[in-house]
Every structure is written in C-alpha cells, then in structure tokens.
Design a protein. Structure first.
Length: 77
C-alpha cells in the first residue's frame, strides 16, 4: 500500500499516534486490558516509530517521545 503525505499531514499523523500510544500505555499501566488491546498498543507504538523514521528520512523534525515507554526499536529499513 502506498500512502502519500505532505509535511503537514505527516506531522498530524505523528502527533495523533503519539497521543494514542500515550493513552494506551497509561491504560495498560492501570489496567492490563486484554491480549487484543496489548497487541493494538504494540502496533500503535510500531507505527509511531515508522512515521518518525519517515519524518527523519524526509528531513522533517522528529519529536522526542522518550516519555512514552515502548517496545524495543525494530529495524527501520
């Protein structure tokens, strides 16, 4: 699948994913939820890392999400 995004759109996507990952991790911290929710949280974190990598490759400013605990980074290639 190919998704074409301009600079503004990729920034909006990154911020939306950051908010979603943050909310999911807060929920997981207080209520472990079910296995499906844990998988969704892991996928959201993975998508966020991919969007950040795309931003870096495109020369956009990548925001630090160090405040969010996520899974170890996978190969971004």
């Amino acid at each position: 699948m190919l998704l074409e995004l301009n600079k503004e759109q990729i920034g909006v996507l990154r911020r939306a994913l950051e908010a979603r990952v943050r909310d999911m991790h807060l929920r997981l911290g207080s209520d472990p939820g079910d296995e499906g929710f844990r998988r969704e949280a892991a996928l959201a974190a993975q998508l966020l890392r991919q969007v950040e990598a795309l931003e870096r490759r495109a020369g956009y400013r990548a925001w630090d999400i160090g405040r969010i605990e996520s899974l170890p980074e996978e190969d971004e290639t």
